[in-house]
Design a protein around this ligand. Structure first.
Ligand SMILES: *Cc1c(COP(=O)(O)O)cnc(C)c1O
Length: 358
C-alpha cells in the first residue's frame, strides 16, 4: 500500500519541463535550480532525473555535498556563494562553483591558499538590492578578483531580477540594461534569468538560464499556469479520506467551531494538516480534489487532518484518494486561495510527507 500523505513526483514531467525550457531558450545552457530539496520534490531524485541539465543551482553547501555524495558529477553552483572560510576547501575538493556577492567572501579568498582556483560567478546588483555589487563598486571588485590567484579566470557574471514575475513591469528590462552595460566587453558566462525571466523576458536568457519553479511545471507568475507554457506539474500531493461523516445543518466542525453547516451534508476527514506542511491558514473554500471533483475545505486545518464538505449526495468512502494539488488541481490555484505562492506550498512540505518518484 502506498503511504499517505505522499508527494508523487513524475520523472516524465520533470524531463518534459527541461526539454520545454530548452525549446524556449534554445541558445542558453540550463542551470537547473534544485535548492530546498528540489523545491520539495527530492534533491537527489530530481537531479538524477534531470541528469541532462548543464548544471545545478543550490543555495547551501550542504545541498551541493549531498549531490556529490549521491554521485552527481555535473556543474554545481552555490547561488549565494560560501558563508565561511572553512567552506572554501570543500568547494575545491568537490569541484563546486561559487557566487561572490560580498567583500567578506573576497577577503576569505585572498587569505587562503587553495589547491586550485575556484570558479566564481560575480553577482551584480542591477536593481534588486539584495545581494551583489553595484555600479560604483564593480570595477574595483572585478580588479581585485582578477588579481586573486584563488579565483579561476574568466570570472562569470550574474544578476537576479526583483520583478521578472510581473510581465508588465519595466524594472526587468532596466535591470538587464544595467547589467549589460556593467559587463560589456568582459569575458565569462552571463546569467540573468530565473524562471519568470526565461519565460517572459526572452532577451535576458543569455548564456545560462537558472530556472527553478518552471522545471517543476509551475508558473512563477500570478494568474498564470505552467500549462500555459507547455509545462507539466511534477508533483501531486495525495492523501486519503479517513472518515466520512453525516453532518447536521447548524453543527460546527473542528477547532474553534467557527464553520457551521448551512444544510445537512457529509463531511470528509482528510489525513493531512499543517504538520505535513499544508497551511493552517487555508481558508474555507480552498479546493481539494476527491473522486474527480473539487470540494471545499470547511473548518480549520488542524495538525494531522482537514475537513471537506463532500455534499449530501456524496458516495465517497473511507480510503478514497484525495489530491491537495496536482494535475487536476493546479498548485497555483491552491496558492491563490491561501494567499501565498506555489513556491512556498511545495517547499514547505515536512518530512512526514513521503516523496515518491514514479
Ligand atoms: C532560486 C533562484 C533561482 C530560481 O528561481 P525560480 O523563480 O524558481 O526560477 C534562480 N536564481 C537564483 C539566484 C535563485 O536564488
Amino acid at each position: 500500500m502506498k503511504p499517505f500523505p505522499r508527494a508523487e513526483i513524475s520523472a516524465a514531467a520533470l524531463k518534459s519541463n527541461l526539454r520545454r525550457l530548452r525549446e524556449l531558450a534554445p541558445h542558453s545552457k540550463v542551470m537547473a535550480v534544485v535548492k530546498a530539496n528540489g523545491y520539495g520534490h527530492g534533491l537527489l531524485n530530481v537531479a538524477n532525473c534531470l541528469s541532462t541539465a548543464d548544471g545545478f543551482g543550490l543555495a547551501r553547501l550542504q545541498e551541493a555535498l549531498e549531490l556529490r555524495a549521491g554521485g552527481v558529477t555535473a556543474k554545481l553552483l552555490l547561488l549565494e556563494g560560501f558563508f565561511r572560510q572553512s567552506d572554501l576547501d570543500l568547494l575545491i575538493t568537490h569541484d563546486i562553483d561559487t557566487v561572490v556577492h560580498h567583500e567578506f567572501q573576497i577577503e576569505m579568498l585572498e587569505q587562503q591558499t587553495l589547491a586550485k582556483p575556484v570558479t566564481v560567478w560575480l553577482k551584480i546588483d542591477s536593481g534588486m538590492h539584495r545581494l551583489g555589487f553595484n555600479l560604483a563598486q564593480f570595477n574595483a571588485i572585478y580588479a581585485r578578483l582578477m588579481a586573486c590567484p584563488q579565483v579561476a579566470k574568466p570570472i562569470h557574471l550574474m544578476t537576479h531580477f526583483a520583478c521578472a514575475d510581473e510581465p508588465d513591469n519595466p524594472a526587468t528590462a532596466k535591470q538587464a540594461e544595467r547589467f549589460n552595460e556593467m559587463t560589456q566587453g568582459l569575458p565569462g558566462f552571463r546569467t540573468l534569468a530565473n524562471s519568470a525571466a526565461a519565460l517572459y523576458w526572452q532577451q535576458t536568457q543569455a548564456d545560462w538560464i537558472r530556472p527553478g519553479i518552471a522545471l517543476y511545471g509551475v508558473s512563477p507568475v500570478a494568474n498564470d499556469f505552467g500549462s500555459n507554457h507547455g509545462l507539466v506539474p511534477a508533483m501531486e500531493l495525495m492523501s486519503q479520506l479517513i472518515a466520512v461523516r453525516d453532518h447536521k445543518a447548524g453543527d460546527p466542525v473542528g477547532y474553534g467551531s467557527y464553520w457551521h453547516a448551512k444544510q445537512d451534508t457529509q463531511l470528509g476527514v482528510v489525513a493531512i494538516g499543517y504538520g505535513d506542511g499544508y497551511p493552517r491558514n487555508a481558508p474555507e473554500g480552498t479546493p481539494v480534489w476527491v473522486n474527480g471533483r473539487l470540494v471545499p475545505i470547511v473548518g480549520r486545518v488542524s495538525m494531522d487532518m482537514l475537513t471537506v464538505d463532500l455534499g449530501i449526495d456524496a458516495t465517497d468512502k473511507v480510503g478514497d484518494a484525495v489530491m491537495l494539488w496536482g494535475k487536476a488541481l493546479p498548485v497555483e490555484d491552491v496558492a491563490e486561495h491561501i494567499g501565498t505562492i506555489a513556491y512556498e506550498l511545495v517547499t514547505k512540505l515536512t518530512p512526514r510527507v513521503a516523496v515518491c518518484m514514479d
